[in-house]
Design a protein around this ligand. Structure first.
Ligand SMILES: NC(=O)c1ccc[n+]([C@@H]2O[C@H](COP(=O)([O-])OP(=O)(O)OC[C@H]3O[C@@H](n4cnc5c(N)ncnc54)[C@H](O)[C@@H]3O)[C@@H](O)[C@H]2O)c1
Length: 442
């Protein structure tokens, strides 16, 4: 078993640190956010991720998991250092590498023994070579540092599960020795390891996310055509997915992708291509379609209620997807802002992400304690996140609305059941239900 330091304790760093301690390694997680570190030292997870809290507490109690704000302390006995800090989007769409570069300098000025540095953060092709140069340039001790690319593929909402059940672990390095160490560290996870060179490993991460985003934008385009030709996108996706070459995953039509990865990684890949004078036309289309898709829900609402001034609109789900509290690039932010601009009164509910949402939306919206409270006396309900609590809501809650108008951006409900319950229901790429001819106004 190894002694490991993980720099950055966000969704990737904390899950990586906790999972590595769970399989027996001794792990020190380092973060510059003092409040976060204090919380984690007390056994409290700063993020919501199913299974994370319990696993964290267990490994703290078994003395395998530690937290600090001090890089020197965390690096002291480390044989391997993981970089898991953020690489957010810059204004031009490219990845901001300032946090990664800072960590490279921190490593160079603090390590006192030969180490392997593993980059988990998503970084543009060529960045690991740059990290190697920065470290070599700033090294204060006479030691050898080997930088390895090891992009992360976990999905928020099932990140702990993914660590133990991933499809592959990609290890990019020219050093067989370093690759052997990383493979040995990960061996207890039982996940297949794919070895390659550094640049290909970096590209695998961007290409994978761009491909998944493409699937989503593709099915969303199909859904828009389905609406016009009276086809049902759910059946279309099921029929397509039965073809093994296509696969049945990531074919859910909806209001588009969000979160901290797809939006930024697609734009970063367009930039990476642009830097070598390549116009990635297909991916530009994917991004454009996604932006358009978020607006379609409001267009449907507008058709039914042309003047939203003073109308009460329930927003069901705020997180960018279920089982996470992450609000980064959530479609709900775009939709609620627009509703407010149009003069609507917004009442929002999310089972987990409400605290994070409040930090962004403040008191611009009202917050309900449940689906029922949110929809009561509302003129329309918009479904933005497919939480189980929303999907399993008893349909008679919609009777509490001034008129039962549900516009579902995630295809959560059965068309038949909505019909039986006399709810006017518009979803994505599926036939609408019980459309009244009247324009709704109070
Ligand atoms: N979130 C995901 O689902 C996901 C999945 C795969 C890959 N990634 C990639 O992993 C990386 C991290 O993503 P995230 O969502 O975990 O980020 P995050 O923003 O949630 O967390 C980053 C953490 O790094 C800390 N930090 C910044 N500079 C630091 C420094 N010098 N020393 C110590 N800590 C520092 C921040 O305080 C923060 O807690 C990104 O490159 C992202 O693209 C994310």
């Amino acid at each position: 078993m190894r002694t490991i330091a993980v720099v950055g304790t966000g969704y990737v760093g904390l899950v990586t640190g906790v999972s590595l301690s769970e399989i027996g390694h001794t792990v020190t997680c380092i973060d510059i956010d003092e409040e976060k570190v204090l919380k984690m030292q007390q056994g409290l997870s700063p993020i919501y991720e199913p299974g994370l809290s319990d696993m964290m507490t267990k490994n703290i109690n078994e003395n395998r998991l530690f937290f600090t704000t001090q890089h020197a302390e965390g690096f002291q006995n480390a044989e391997v250092i993981y970089i898991a800090v953020g690489t957010p989007e810059k204004e031009d769409g490219s990845a901001n590498l300032e946090f990664v570069e800072q960590v490279a300098k921190d490593i160079a000025t603090n390590v006192t023994r030969d180490i392997i540095v593993v980059t988990k953060s998503t970084v543009p092709v060529g960045t690991n070579n740059r990290i190697q140069s920065i470290i070599d340039h700033h090294l204060v001790a006479n030691v050898k540092v080997e930088v390895v690319s090891n992009p992360e593929f976990l999905k928020e909402g099932s990140a702990i599960y993914d660590s133990f059940n991933g499809d592959r672990i990609v290890v990019g390095t020219a050093s067989e020795e370093a690759a052997n160490v990383i493979e040995e560290i990960n061996q207890p996870f039982g996940v297949p390891v794919f070895r390659t060179d550094v640049k290909s490993a970096e590209m695998i991460k961007y290409a994978s996310n761009a491909f998944l985003a493409t699937k989503i934008s593709f099915i969303n385009e199909i859904s828009n055509i389905c609406e016009r030709v009276d086809a049902n996108v759910e059946d279309v996706a099921n029929g397509m997915g039965m073809d093994k070459r296509i696969g049945d995953k990531f074919l859910n039509a909806g209001i588009g992708y969000g979160g901290s990865c797809f939006p930024k990684d697609t734009k970063a890949l367009i930039q990476i291509a642009g830097n070598v004078e390549y116009d990635f036309e297909l991916l530009k289309g994917v991004v454009k379609v996604n932006q358009k898709q978020q607006g379609l829900l409001l267009e449907k609402l507008n058709e039914r209620i042309p003047d939203l001034k003073g109308k009460r609109v329930a927003v069901l789900g705020l997180a960018f997807k279920p089982n996470t509290d992450d609000m980064r690039e959530a479609a709900s932010l775009v939709v609620t802002e627009e509703l407010i601009n149009l003069g609507a009164e917004v009442v929002a509910y999310d089972p987990i992400a409400m605290d994070n949402a409040k930090r962004i939306l403040n008191d611009k919206v009202q917050y309900a304690n449940g689906v029922e409270e949110a929809v009561t006396s509302s003129d329309a309900a918009l479904v933005l996140t497919e939480w189980d609590e929303v999907k399993n809501a008893k349909l008679d809650v919609f009777d509490r609305m001034t008129y039962p108008l549900v516009i579902d951006g995630r295809n959560c409900f059965s068309i038949e059941e909505m019909k039986e319950n006399r709810i006017e229901y518009h979803s994505v790429g599926r036939p609408s239900v019980a459309v009244s001819n009247t324009v709704l106004s109070r």
